[in-house]
Design a protein around this ligand. Sequence first.
Ligand code: MF3
Ligand code: CO
Length: 258
Amino acid sequence: MVAKTRGPSKIRLKAPWEIDLLRKANAIVAEVLQKLKEIIEPGVSAWDLNLIAEEIVRKRGAQPAFKGYRGYPFSLCVSVNEEVVHGLPLKEKVLKEGDIVSLDFGAIYEGYIGDAAITVGVGEVSEEAKRLMQVTEEALYKAIDKARVGYRVQDISVTIQKHAEKHGYNVIRDFVGHGVGQMLHEPPEVPNYGRPGKGPKLLAGMVLAIEPMVVTGSYEVEVLADGWTAVTKDRGLAAHYEHSVVITARGPEILSRI
Ligand code: MF3
Ligand code: CO
């Protein structure tokens, strides 16, 4: 189904049987993130996390969604401290006490894609890091509560922005949330900033990946020479949480709940 929206983008509404497959894909993503969270400790390398993620996804009869997507060479994104998104899971990226690490994973199950992310502290982390993670996760859940028929996309966006800025943080502009389904990135874009009442109307059957990326300093980012890793220009800390959510007549359902 295609929702009528302004602009060229067509937002495809998902049928109940498609939601079932998205639920399965996202359950695998949630299992992977839960497992990775449990094993994270100082000394673990991002490479190991990528291998474990691949092992679980294959065992569940699914495929990694990011591998090969626009040429991305791994299954998992591991973004540490000032890395915002798309950090590479390299062998030499060894986690140390006090780091915060964002894990972003996608799985394809019977052609349907699950996508979610969490940020995890390694051992004891600073009060500032804890607060950043907490505020970013709160922003995600407040935003999900706006994923309801009757609101518009930017009601989600502005909820994230308001919550982050209220705590003295900033939201990333250069990367956005998105529709998700048979493709990883479908319309509409779901920015982390915006204006109330703007953007496409939310309808039952829309599936959105809502993903606040929040930083302690400036929201400006640059991409490292590896062509992927996005870091804050001022090297301020970044946190990233993401859920795939379906809008139903009865309200939001989080497909990737851990
Ligand atoms: N969750 C991210 C996104 O939705 C991950 C994409 S990584 C990529 O954009 F490698 F696949 F691009
Ligand atoms: Co995403």
